[in-house]
Design a protein around this ligand. Structure first.
Ligand SMILES: NC(=O)c1ccc[n+]([C@@H]2O[C@H](COP(=O)([O-])OP(=O)(O)OC[C@H]3O[C@@H](n4cnc5c(N)ncnc54)[C@H](OP(=O)(O)O)[C@@H]3O)[C@@H](O)[C@H]2O)c1
Length: 232
């Protein structure tokens, strides 16, 4: 498969890229800063996904180099943990630009290449968070932007079904990455204690569900956001 994963410089995106490269797939990744992955089947694009021109340029180049896509993981994301009264408009807009509008523009461009896939069940996967079902205080903008992504997942799954493209989501509990490094340990522990499985999720827990949701094994699954760790 040829898989595009956004936000592969660090964290979950990097772990996913490594996993799919180990399985023998071709992976295209991106981030604003340079690549941290070296592999003959890995291509990196330095692109800021909040800039539509950079998104278009990345997909033009991807089309020239790979011709098609079989799967896309909209993983790149940013978070801010703050009371909404203390969140400036500029921060709020940036969060939606990365977490929602970049998913929208990448998906729009990606569909053109997913339609050229020869795989039996091309798929898009969007990364969400427990901050949505738990409506976590201090995470209004972050969870609202991801709630919008979950709605995008549901509607897009219907609009793309006629093209044979599935769209699903993955809802993650806390994972130790750059994104969560400033969250105090006791806050993370309290969230972990709310999970049915009372231990911290790590990237090894994430790769299996992603593999399933991108593979033809889940060919009859679309419009769903699958939450890990038992969070309901
Ligand atoms: N870690 C958690 O506890 C957790 C829980 C639930 C959901 N999630 C979700 O999981 C996803 C991955 O998060 P992570 O924890 O792996 O965070 P991370 O380590 O901070 O990784 C985020 C990645 O996105 C890239 N990125 C950020 N802004 C970008 C932009 N404007 N354009 C292009 N790339 C951009 C970053 O690279 P550059 O800085 O070089 O651009 C980085 O590679 C996010 O969607 C996050 O919301 C994480």
């Amino acid at each position: 498969m040829i898989i595009l994963i956004t936000g592969t410089r660090t964290g979950i995106g990097k772990a996913l890229a490594r996993h799919f490269l180990d399985l023998g797939h071709r992976v295209v990744g991106c981030s604003r800063r340079p690549s941290t992955i070296e592999h003959p089947e890995y291509t990196h694009h330095e692109a800021d996904l909040t800039d539509p021109k950079q998104v278009k340029a990345m997909f033009r180049s991807l089309r020239a180099s790979h011709g098609s896509l079989d799967a896309v993981v909209n993983n790149a994301g940013v978070a801010t943990m703050n009371h909404f009264m203390l969140t400036p408009d500029e921060t709020a807009r940036h969060l939606f630009d990365v977490n929602f509008f970049a998913v929208l523009s990448c998906s729009r461009e990606a569909v053109k290449l997913l339609r050229r896939s020869t795989e039996p069940s091309p798929a898009i996967l969007n990364v969400s968070t427990v901050a949505v079902p738990w409506a976590l205080e201090g995470q209004l903008l972050y969870s609202a932007s991801k709630a919008a992504v979950e709605q995008l997942t549901r509607v897009m799954s219907k609009e793309l079904a006629e093209f044979g493209i599935r769209v699903n989501g993955l809802g993650l509990p806390p994972v130790r990455t750059v994104l969560t490094r400033t969250v105090p340990a006791e806050k993370i522990d309290a969230l972990v204690q709310r999970q049915a499985i009372k231990r911290m999720c790590d990237t090894d827990d994430v790769v299996g569900p992603v593999e399933f949701l991108l593979s033809p094994q889940s060919r009859f699954v679309t419009g769903e956001t699958l939450f890990l760790g038992g969070v309901h």
